[in-house]
Design a protein around this ligand. Structure first.
Ligand SMILES: Nc1ncnc2c1ncn2[C@@H]1O[C@H](COP(=O)(O)OP(=O)(O)OP(=O)(O)O)[C@@H](O)[C@H]1O
Ligand SMILES: [Mg+2]
Length: 246
C-alpha cells in the first residue's frame, strides 16, 4: 500500500482580489507520477509554487507525510531539501560551473564536506549524461544540457519528491526528448514526481495520475486512461481536442 506523501487540502490562493486557485485538493502517494495539465493561466505554476512554499497559500494547507508545512514554525529549507523543484528556465547559477551548481546545495544546505558533495554531484551528473561537462559554465551548454544539469542538481539533494514546472517548454524541439528521457527513467526508478506539462504524450504514457486544471480549480482528475480516453468533463474534452488537432 502506498502512503500519502503530499496532501494538498482545500488550497486557495489570491493575488489581491484575483483568485488564482480555489479549493484545490489532491493527494500524491509514494511513487506516483502526477501530471498537472491545463491551459495557460489556469494556476498550475502557482499551485506548484504553493507546494514548494515559494508562495504562501491564502487558505488551506499542504501536508508532507501528514505534517502541515504551511503552519507557522515549519522549516521551509528542510522541507525544500526533501521536495525539490525544476523550473522551466533552469535557474542555474550562471557564474558557477556545472559541478559547483550541483554541489552548492549539498555543501551549504546539507553541510556535506567538499569530497562527499563532489561524489554525490558526479553520480547524479553521470545519471543525466552530463558528467563530461563538470567544468563548463551554463552559458556554454544547450538548453537541454542545462535542464539535465538542473535535474542532476535537484537529484543530488536526494529528494523524496521532485516538482517540475514545464521543464521542456523553454527548449528547442530537438532537445525536448533528451530531458523527457531522463524524466521517464526517474519515473521508472520510482521517484515521486509532480510534473506540470504540455507534453500530452508524456502525461499519457508516464504518469500514474493526471490532474486537469481550468480557471484555478481541478476540473477533473484520474488515471491517464480516465482523462485521455474517457474524459467526463466538457472542458477536459475541449482542452484535449486542441492537442489532438495539433
Ligand atoms: N505573483 C503574482 N502576482 C499576481 N498575479 C499572479 C502572480 N503569479 C501568478 N499570477 C496570476 O495567476 C494566474 C495563474 O498563473 P500561473 O502562472 O499559475 O498559470 P499557469 O497555469 O502556470 O500558466 P502557464 O501555462 O502560462 O505557465 C495568472 O492570471 C497570473 O497572471
Ligand atoms: Mg506556468
Amino acid at each position: 500500500m502506498s502512503e500519502p506523501v503530499i496532501e494538498v487540502r482545500h488550497l486557495s490562493k489570491s493575488f489581491g482580489t484575483h483568485v488564482v486557485l480555489r479549493d484545490v485538493d489532491f493527494t500524491v502517494n509514494a511513487g506516483d507520477v502526477t501530471c498537472i495539465i491545463g491551459a495557460s493561466g489556469s494556476g498550475k505554476s502557482t499551485l506548484l509554487r504553493c507546494i514548494n512554499l515559494l508562495e504562501t497559500p491564502t487558505n488551506g494547507k499542504v501536508l508532507f507525510h501528514g505534517s502541515d508545512i504551511t503552519a507557522k514554525g515549519s522549516d521551509p529549507c528542510a522541507y525544500r531539501a526533501k521536495v525539490g523543484m525544476v523550473f522551466q528556465s533552469f535557474n542555474l547559477f550562471n557564474n558557477m560551473t556545472v559541478l559547483d551548481n550541483c554541489t552548492a546545495g549539498l555543501r551549504y544546505v546539507l553541510h556535506q564536506d567538499k569530497e562527499t558533495a563532489k561524489k554525490t554531484a558526479l553520480e547524479n551528473l553521470e545519471k543525466v549524461g552530463m558528467a563530461p561537462y563538470i567544468h563548463a559554465k551554463p552559458r556554454q551548454l544547450s538548453g537541454g544540457q542545462k535542464q539535465r544539469v538542473a535535474i542532476a542538481r535537484a537529484l543530488a539533494m536526494q529528494p523524496e519528491v521532485l516538482l517540475f514546472d514545464e521543464p521542456t517548454s523553454a527548449l528547442d524541439p530537438q532537445m525536448v526528448g533528451e530531458v523527457l528521457a531522463v524524466m521517464r527513467q526517474l519515473a521508472k526508478e520510482g521517484l515521486t514526481m509532480i510534473v506540470v506539462t504540455h507534453e500530452m504524450a508524456f502525461a499519457r504514457d508516464v504518469s500514474s495520475h493526471v490532474v486537469y486544471m481550468a480557471d484555478g480549480v481541478i476540473c477533473e482528475e484520474g488515471t491517464p486512461a480516465d482523462i485521455f480516453e474517457h474524459p467526463q468533463n466538457a472542458k477536459t474534452v475541449e482542452f484535449l481536442s486542441r492537442f489532438r488537432q495539433a
